[in-house]
Each structure stands twice: as structure tokens, then as C-alpha cells.
Design a binder for this molecule. Structure first.
Ligand code: ADP
Length: 474
């Protein structure tokens, strides 16, 4: 049992002043493994004031100093990578391979930010002006509970590359993971105040970060609903906002695709992170005349998919993160059935032999039409919909018929055709015959999936603001 009752402010772990205590539950067995005393609005204010003081010094740092800081942070995370992996399994329920991926992402992102920074030109001439790229200022980094370690580190890496002091607010549902990451980052020995970590509720800590005049920018990852609240709150002081929000990504399996390769990959892309991923490809678009061939591949693949304890290396799908998540997924499966979708695999209730823990049956619906709720709303669990299409035009139309536009996946053996389809999809990114994005390429959404881009060069630039200086001397 661990009690987490500190925030990381001004280079030290200090007691939080909040009173509420949240139980931390292991989602695989529902045992209480710790508790988090949530930070208060007052704690957030202190952290912002500290970051504000650190900002001036940080803005003056040379590229070489920032590169050194990024390297120190990367090394510090690497030293604790096994702990980050283990706590990701224990608190979040990620299967071993996924937990290892999240831990690696948490360290790799500092390397990617350093790569972008090394090549970045902070001053250039445009016409008669010198354009100087300056840090935007104190930045609030707000993260959700899925892949929290990676998200925190990735945002911190870009902010620091841009010379911005930060206040990080992880999800209050990831107290242990955030604490281990905080301890690891502390080990890097950066100047006090450069980054601060305050774990509290959205309604007070999150709200303070969204409204405090000393915060210049918010980088948020989470649901579209919360993103709208933050954008509204931030408008009052005209903060810059970067929002990475929900998705309802389409996977288009083209007529010419090799189904034996495409179908297993489409399932992997849909079930990644136990389905708790904004980029999950949850709408699988299949040519109408190949539906039966696809079903014939989906059924045995689903029978082989191992749902089990996240610590078991053979497990592909672990428990969902919380009881609330379990209930949410049950509601969506029930709605899919009500609206007439047919179950190809999975369904309501818990998988056989897994009565304790927030386990759900990975579910694939067939005969889904794109206007059903399961095809329109982000479910955030292992529930996929197979939607038939007539031809390429129809596939593109269905894929684009969504309030969201985060990721899209295309399977085809014809590079030219796949590229033509990719060009017409309204999403922030498209992956062709692959499910793993390059974490140096820009990431973000169009439509209600967000504003702005993260990672690499674009992630760095999001923390900068252009100032043009023009002069005349005679
Ligand atoms: P989830 O409900 O799945 O955690 P959210 O999008 O609500 O997804 O949460 C993502 C992050 O946003 C969390 O750190 C959460 O505490 C924070 N958050 C929630 N509400 C607010 C708010 N009103 N202002 C700022 N942050 C918030």
C-alpha cells in the first residue's frame, strides 16, 4: 500500500494541501494498492508561481543547455524504465508488451525532441524582418490516464525544447504511475521549477491551469468533452491551446488488400492498449463482396486472442482501467445490440474465468451502419465495428462521415491507390499497411479530434511564438 500525498513543486516533493483521498485499485484483481491525496487549487497556484519564476531563466538557455537537459531526463527515465513498466501493469492493467512500449515511449520522446531541437533554427530573415522564435511561456500539460507516463514525458520534452517551464497535471486516476515518473524525472537534477507536477481533480487543479493568467499555453490530451471545457476556460485569458482529443478512426481494407495480413493488423490496431487509445481503428471498413472472407478470418483470430492477467506475457488484452470503464463498455455493447448490430465475437459480461477484475470480452460487431452509436461515438474499449462499403468512393465517404478526424488506416497492395485514398481522408494522420506511427512525425487531429500538432519539429514549434523585429538605422 502506498500513500501518495505530495506534489512535485520547485524541485522537491511537498505535501499537498488537498483533503480528498482516492483509492488506487489494481484493475486486474480489484484490490486496493494505494491511495492518492489529490492536490488542491492552492497547490496548483503555487506550482504556477514557481514555474513563472523559472520561466525567465529557462527562456535564456542556449540550445546546448536544453539538449543537455533533455539527455538528462531521458537517462533518468531509462534508469527507472522497469519500474515504470511494472506500475503501468499494476495500476493501469496494460499487458506486459504494451507497458514496455509505454515505458520506452517515455524515454524515447526526449531523444526525438532533442533531434528536433538540434536542427531547429530559432532565428531567420523574412523580407526586411528578423523573425525570432521565442518560448510561449509557462505551459500547463494535462494528461489522461491511458499511457500517462508517455504522454507526460512527450509533452514535457517538447515544452523544454522550446524553453517553456511547465506545470504537469496527470490524471488523478494514475496516481502511482505519475508518482514513479515524477521520482524518475526528479533524478535528472534539472534547475528547480523547470517542471512541476500537481496531481488533482480537473474541476479545481485543471480549472486553475486553464484560467490562471500566468499560464500562457495548455497542452491537453483527453476527451473532446473535456477539451471543449478547457478551450472555453482558456479563452478568457487568450491562452494558446493544443488539444489532442477523441477519435473514431476508420481502417479501410481496400478490395486489393491481402486479407490474411490486413485483418489481423486491423484487429491489432483496433484493440491496441486494450482499446483505450484515441487512435484505435474502431471502424473497420470492408468491401461488401469480401465480408464473408473477412468474417472467416476474424472469428478464429478472436478465438485465439488471449484475454487475461496483464502480467502474463501471453496476454493480448488485459482489464480495463477502472470500474467506470467497465460499465461504459457494457453500455456501448448493449446499445450496439439494441440498434441491430450483429455480434461476430464477444458480447456483454465478463470473459469466462475472469470474474474479478475489470475484464470485458473483446467484441466485434458485424452489419454495422455508420449511423449507429457504436460507429459514431468514441467507445474507448475493445469494441470494433465492421462496416461494409460498395467501392472506393463509398469507403472514403464513410471514413470521413465522422465528427472526429484523428487517425486512419489503409490496407492495399497498390502504393499509388493507397496514397490517393490517404490524400482524401480528413484526419491528422494516415497509416498505410502499418499500425505503429513514427513518433517524430506530427500527431494531432482535425475536426473535433483537436487543434495543433505534437511530437518532433511540430511539437517543439507549438511551444514557440514568432516575433518579428525590423529596424531602420540612418
Ligand atoms: P477521462 O475522463 O477519461 O480521464 P478527461 O478528458 O476527462 O478523460 O481527462 C483528461 C484529463 O483532463 C485528466 O487529467 C482530467 O483530470 C483533466 N480534466 C478533467 N476535467 C477538467 C477540467 N474541467 N479542466 C481541466 N482539466 C480537466
Amino acid at each position: 500500500m502506498r500513500l501518495i500525498d505530495t506534489a512535485y513543486i520547485d524541485g522537491a516533493f511537498v505535501p499537498v494541501t488537498g483533503e480528498e483521498e482516492l483509492q488506487i485499485i489494481n484493475p486486474a484483481n480489484e484490490r486496493t494498492i494505494g491511495s492518492l491525496r489529490v492536490a488542491s487549487r492552492e497547490d496548483a497556484r503555487r506550482a504556477i508561481a514557481v514555474a513563472h519564476r523559472a520561466q525567465e531563466g529557462l527562456a535564456k538557455t542556449a540550445k546546448a543547455e536544453r539538449l543537455d537537459m533533455l539527455t538528462s531526463l531521458q537517462d533518468a527515465i531509462l534508469r527507472r524504465s522497469d519500474d515504470i513498466r511494472d506500475v503501468t501493469i499494476e495500476e493501469y492493467g496494460a499487458p506486459v508488451s504494451r507497458a514496455r512500449w509505454i515505458s520506452r515511449y517515455a524515454s524515447d520522446c526526449f531523444g526525438y525532441a532533442a533531434e528536433a531541437l538540434r536542427d531547429y533554427d530559432f532565428e531567420r530573415r523574412i523580407g526586411d524582418a528578423t523573425v525570432r522564435m521565442e518560448p510561449v511561456g509557462v505551459s500547463a500539460l494535462i494528461a489522461p490516464w491511458n499511457a500517462v507516463s508517455g504522454t507526460i514525458c512527450s509533452k514535457l520534452a517538447s515544452a523544454l525544447a522550446g524553453g517553456c517551464a511547465t506545470v504537469i497535471k496527470p490524471s488523478e486516476l494514475s496516481g502511482l504511475q505519475s508518482q514513479v515518473v515524477a521520482e524518475a524525472l526528479h533524478g535528472a537534477g534539472l534547475p528547480a521549477g523547470t517542471f512541476n507536477i500537481v496531481n488533482g481533480r480537473g474541476k479545481d487543479v485543471g480549472d486553475e491551469l486553464s484560467t490562471n493568467p500566468d499560464v500562457a499555453r495548455i497542452s491537453f490530451t483527453g476527451s473532446t468533452a473535456t477539451g471543449k471545457i478547457i478551450a472555453r476556460a482558456a479563452a478568457e485569458t487568450i491562452k494558446r491551446v493544443g488539444l489532442s482529443l477523441s477519435g473514431k478512426s476508420a481502417t479501410i481494407i481496400m478490395e486489393d488488400a491481402d486479407l490474411a495480413t490486413a485483418v489481423p493488423m486491423a484487429l491489432d490496431g483496433g484493440f491496441q492498449n486494450n482499446g483505450q487509445a484515441c487512435i484505435a481503428g474502431t471502424r473497420i471498413l470492408v468491401p461488401a463482396d469480401r465480408l464473408n472472407d473477412v468474417y472467416a478470418l476474424v472469428r478464429p483470430a478472436m478465438a485465439r486472442l488471449k484475454v487475461g492477467l496483464p502480467s502474463d506475457p501471453n496476454t493480448a488484452i488485459g482489464p480495463l482501467a477502472s470500474a467506470a470503464q467497465y460499465e461504459r463498455i457494457q453500455r456501448f455493447i448493449a446499445r450496439g445490440l439494441e440498434q441491430g448490430a450483429k455480434l461476430l465475437a464477444g458480447g456483454l459480461g465478463k470473459p469466462y474465468g475472469l470474474d474479478t477484475g475489470f475484464f470485458v470480452k473483446p467484441t466485434v460487431f458485424a452489419e454495422v451502419s455508420n449511423d449507429m452509436d457504436i460507429a459514431r461515438e468514441e467507445i474507448f474499449g475493445p469494441v470494433l465495428s465492421i462496416i461494409p462499403f460498395r467501392d472506393e468512393e463509398d469507403a472514403i465517404r464513410i471514413a470521413n462521415d465522422s465528427a472526429y478526424g484523428l487517425e486512419a488506416y489503409v490496407y492495399s497492395i497498390d502504393p499509388h491507390r493507397a496514397r490517393c485514398v490517404a490524400d482524401r481522408l480528413h484526419t491528422g494522420s494516415v497509416l498505410i499497411n502499418q499500425i505503429a506511427p513514427d513518433l517524430r512525425a506530427p500527431f494531432g487531429g482535425v475536426k473535433q479530434s483537436g487543434i495543433g500538432r505534437e511530437f518532433g519539429h511540430f511539437g517543439l514549434e507549438a511551444f514557440l511564438e514568432a516575433k518579428s523585429i525590423a529596424g531602420h538605422y540612418t
